[in-house]
Design a protein around this ligand. Sequence first.
Ligand code: BGC
Length: 316
Amino acid sequence: MGLRLTLVLSAFFGLMFAFVSLTTSQARKNQWQIAIVPKALTGEYWVRCKKGSEAAAKQFGVKLTFVGPSAETDVDKQIDIVENLITRGVHAIGISPCDGKALVPVIEKAVSKGIPVVTLDSDAKTDKRLAYIGTDNEKAGELAAKELAKLMNGRGKVLIIQGVPGAENLMQRVKGFRRVLAKYPRIEIVSEQACQSDLTRALEIAENALRAHSDLGGIFGVNAYGAPGAAQAVKEAGKTGEVKIVGFDAIPTTLKYCAEGVVQAIVEQRPYRMGYLAVRYLKEALEGKKIPKMVDTGVDIITSEQAKKMLLSKPK
Ligand code: BGC
């Protein structure tokens, strides 16, 4: 009798134990851990991307880690971060590679370990990643060139302020930009320099170009740092409106310069949407759903009038 009771009890507790471990593993399975790795944690652009990722994580019930280097130039740090995420065993990774080539081995390592990877904002030179989610950068560079050529009436000298060399999205923008300007025989690109995503450096590049070419007609800011640096230099040189500026990303400083008429046009990307869609598609991929290989998140062109309205509609 005593033995029977012991057997029954141990069978009961055994079953209970199996049930509890099954439900915890089930819960763990439902709580996907997704990491988003931006080029850098700093700057308004990435703050917006983070907000989008967080909104999707909340909506779709996934655990989000948003982790990146403190500067876009720290390629090694970004590689380390992905290595750590692989070791930690996150389920999926979304990344904006600081360098489109240098990040390839670690991206491929993640994929070989069964971790789906998508790129967002900027692509990597590998077809192992599941998807690219972001701006069609060549097209956006072409748009910037068309705007600048129009503003310059098809003639004059142009300076390009690049961001960090090696970043795929920025190289594609310059490619599209140059392709369009090549059709204007009276426009000459006099210099292309990288500001390394440093505002002071962008300012210095613009100041030097304004000194070297007193007849400079236009500046193209390739990433979020180019236009505000250029605008400060042009304003301080008393050349507002004379030197036309077209840049990327309506971060608060650029928007103010645009409303003031120092920056003539901004190619506005959708980083919130990139962050949101990266999390959403990674979760769908983890659930075995097919996701699109390329998602163009689109851009808007913002001119002075719109910039004024946008500033007014923003809470103080
Ligand atoms: C680019 C990002 C970059 C950001 C800040 C944006 O235009 O799309 O890749 O990190 O500027 O520099």
